[in-house]
Design a protein around this ligand. Structure first.
Ligand SMILES: Cc1cc2nc3c(=O)[nH]c(=O)nc-3n(C[C@H](O)[C@H](O)[C@H](O)COP(=O)(O)OP(=O)(O)OC[C@H]3O[C@@H](n4cnc5c(N)ncnc54)[C@H](O)[C@@H]3O)c2cc1C
Length: 415
């Protein structure tokens, strides 16, 4: 009944991404036969896209600091991140000959700038440990008996006997890489709950048509505050990019992690274009600018304050006549301009597609998995690792670190 020599196989790892590869490497150290089943034509296809092909594989953060970067399911990750830390990831790759470099303070990349090299090290180590990698093999079902893993059923209907399986099928973003969310169902069918998978680190769609005029503009050093109905739920400072009816860039992606559908229309973003200035200071600054340009039209007086693309938008939204001469602008008008500059409104209408989302937040419910072992609380011998699980983090190399840490922990529990 088994194929591909699966008769003697003891452990099947389902999914050949970073989590699956690390789990396979680690479990192969302890058991005789580990087979990794990857549905696609090759392993680690998403890994090759990471960091724009350069792969921000981890960071120099301590585990407790990584946990602060996890926006959902953080407490679940303590054990995994302490048992295989960012420092362990660094050592794992450096000991196998991959030079790393630090960027933007704490992000680690291969010195070669090639994600391909990260993949190569994982594959070389998998081979060294005797992991057998089978590509083009899609797992359709995990076979159990008495709530214990007995095998996996692959596309075509064959059953490969196993006493343990690691589910590492990833999330549902960039489905062209093989992670299309179908892996969740393998766990759901066995009784695991799903924390609703949500695209995250994804551009946001917005209602405002003025974004068309400002498309391409990157706003730096601004503060974005996210409101759900009337409550402020998140804010962060940095940069974002305006596109037509869409915002993207670092801070927009961060905000997307705190937005869950389907009632997107209840989310609103206020952009503080001048977060370094209090309202009073901004008022004074405007007064100074209007004094300097006292005989100019209002529409020509914002050059020192705003980038060109944004000026006509602000002029229009301010309600002040564009041809008004600056010395005629009243205190009340200045005040409403301050309000606008400290709270330019963007109304969320949705998220970008799965082809634009860097990760999926949510997944197999953390409550159904033992955080100290990554073993299912429902099916013995079933382990889960990586993005298929509920937790998710912001950018910075943390999602790959989570994949490595949970993969390592799952793999080291199987003997
Ligand atoms: C564009 C982009 C850039 C990114 N950049 C970074 C970055 O720089 N740093 C960072 O930390 N994170 C980054 N990420 C996120 C990171 O890539 C993921 O979090 C990580 O790949 C998750 O690893 P995984 O092994 O859990 O899942 P995946 O990498 O998604 O791998 C899952 C594998 O399982 C296979 N599979 C699925 N179902 C089955 C099945 N039924 N049978 C057999 N095989 C199956 C899939 O084909 C796939 O190969 C980026 C993501 C994207 C999309």
């Amino acid at each position: 009944m088994a194929e591909n020599g699966g008769k003697n196989a003891k452990v099947f790892v389902i999914g050949g991404g970073p989590a699956g590869l690390m789990a396979a490497i680690q479990s192969a150290r302890g058991v005789r036969k580990v087979k990794l089943l990857e549905r696609g034509p090759g392993t680690a296809r998403k890994l090759l896209l990471t960091g724009e092909g350069r792969c921000n594989l981890t960071s120099t953060l301590r585990p407790s600091e990584v946990i602060e970067q996890v926006f959902t399911g953080a407490s679940f990750l303590y054990s995994a991140l302490y048992q295989f830390t960012p420092e362990d990831t660094r050592r794992f790759f450096e000991d196998r000959g991959l030079k790393l470099k630090k960027e933007r303070g704490r992000r680690l990349y291969p010195a070669s700038d090639r994600a391909e090299d990260v993949k190569r090290i994982l594959l070389e180590e998998a081979e060294r440990q005797g992991v057998e990698i089978l590509t083009g093999v899609e797992v359709k079902e995990i076979i159990t008996s008495g709530q214990e893993v007995r095998g996996v059923k692959i596309k075509g209907g064959r059953v490969l006997p196993a006493r343990a399986a690691v589910l590492a099928t990833g999330g549902k973003s960039y489905p062209g890489t093989g992670s299309d969310g179908s892996g969740y169902q393998l766990a759901v069918r066995l009784g695991h709950k799903l924390a609703e998978p949500e695209l995250a680190l994804v551009p946001l769609k917005v209602k405002e048509n003025w974004t068309k005029e400002a498309a391409g503009l990157k706003l730096k050093n601004v503060e974005l505050s996210l409101f759900y109905r009337e409550s402020k739920i998140f804010s962060s400072c940095g940069e974002f990019i305006i596109e037509e009816n869409k915002i993207t860039g670092a801070e927009a992606l961060r905000l997307s992690c705190h937005i869950t559908g389907p009632d997107y229309h209840n989310y609103r973003i206020l952009v503080d274009l001048k977060p370094a200035l209090t309202r009073e200071k901004l008022e004074k600054r405007l007064q100074r600018d209007f004094d300097r340009y006292s005989n100019k039209h209002f529409k020509n007086a914002l050059g020192d304050l705003l980038p060109a693309y944004l000026r006509p938008v602000v002029v229009r939204k301010s309600g002040i006549r564009p041809e008004r001469v600056c010395h005629q602008i009243t205190a009340g008008e200045r005040e409403s301009l301050v309000r606008l500059l400290k709270g330019l409104e963007l109304n969320v209408t949705g998220k970008g597609s799965e082809n634009e989302a860097i990760i999926t937040a949510g997944g197999i419910a953390a409550a159904d998995i033992n955080p100290g072992t990554m073993e299912s609380r429902i099916v013995r011998g079933l382990y889960c690792a990586g993005e298929v699980l509920e937790p998710a983090a912001y950018t910075g190399g943390h999602n790959l670190q989570i994949a490595f840490s949970t993969g390592y922990l799952a793999g080291s529990q199987i003997n």
